[in-house]
Design a protein around this ligand. Structure first.
Ligand SMILES: Cc1cc2nc3c(=O)[nH]c(=O)nc-3n(C[C@H](O)[C@H](O)[C@H](O)COP(=O)(O)OP(=O)(O)OC[C@H]3O[C@@H](n4cnc5c(N)ncnc54)[C@H](O)[C@@H]3O)c2cc1C
Length: 178
């Protein structure tokens, strides 16, 4: 698995109105035993008004992580079914999942981890969904990116992080409301 270390920060660049919110966020994190601190200086190439920083956070490569997990899963009654869309579920003992092609998967326990609601049940979760759009840009910098992962408190949010590529690579992402 590929982990990269660095500071992780929630920062506020332009507006004063988030300074207090960031201070409160640090207080809340600290009260929960999360190692966070407040600063007005980050090693980014621009000024910030306030930032909450978490140390010892890890950034990992999701594909490398999932590939090694997928190698370990099959066997001893465990299976991975790719390209298989679940279209219906029956709770019970055992539970049944029905695929688009009509195949059935039967198991003692069923965990639905589809992120977007794939099962209506009585929660009408689908009706609470809304679309969001992000733009991502991968840039090779002249200056070396200081490392770490950063996201703005302001809206629309922007996040900055790097992934190893040649000497360094900076990814800049802007997120906008629908
Ligand atoms: C642009 C972007 C950037 C992000 N950056 C970060 C970040 O830097 N750090 C961070 O922590 N998080 C980040 N996130 C959020 C993170 O990606 C999600 O929170 C995380 O992937 C959710 O994981 P999950 O396993 O719940 O769902 P997912 O990763 O969405 O996995 C759900 C899986 O279920 C499958 N599925 C759905 N419906 C069905 C069905 N009916 N039958 C079968 N399979 C189905 C899907 O194909 C998918 O493979 C980002 C998200 C986006 C969109």
């Amino acid at each position: 698995m590929a982990f990269t270390d660095g500071l992780t920060g929630l920062y506020n660049r332009n507006s004063d109105k988030y300074v207090q919110k960031i201070e409160k966020e640090v207080e809340a994190a600290s009260s929960l035993g999360i190692d966070a601190f407040y600063t007005e200086e980050l090693s980014l190439p621009f000024d910030v008004k306030a930032a909450e920083v978490f140390e010892n956070q890890a950034q990992f490569h999701p594909r490398k992580y999932i590939l090694s997990l997928a190698e370990d899963i099959p066997g001893e009654g465990s299976y991975i079914f790719e390209q298989t869309r679940a279209v219906d579920y029956h709770e019970g003992n055992p539970c049944t999942v029905i695929s688009e092609e009509g195949s059935k998967v039967i198991a003692d326990y069923l965990i639905i981890a589809s992120h977007f609601p794939a099962y209506g049940s009585n929660g009408f979760y689908f009706s609470r969904m809304y679309p969001e759009r992000s733009y991502a840009l991968g840039v090779e910098n002249e200056d070396e990116f200081p490392g770490g992962m950063y996201i703005t408190a302001e809206d629309p949010g922007r996040s900055l992080r790097y992934t190893p590529y040649k000497d360094n690579k900076l990814t800049y992402r802007s997120r906008r409301a629908p």
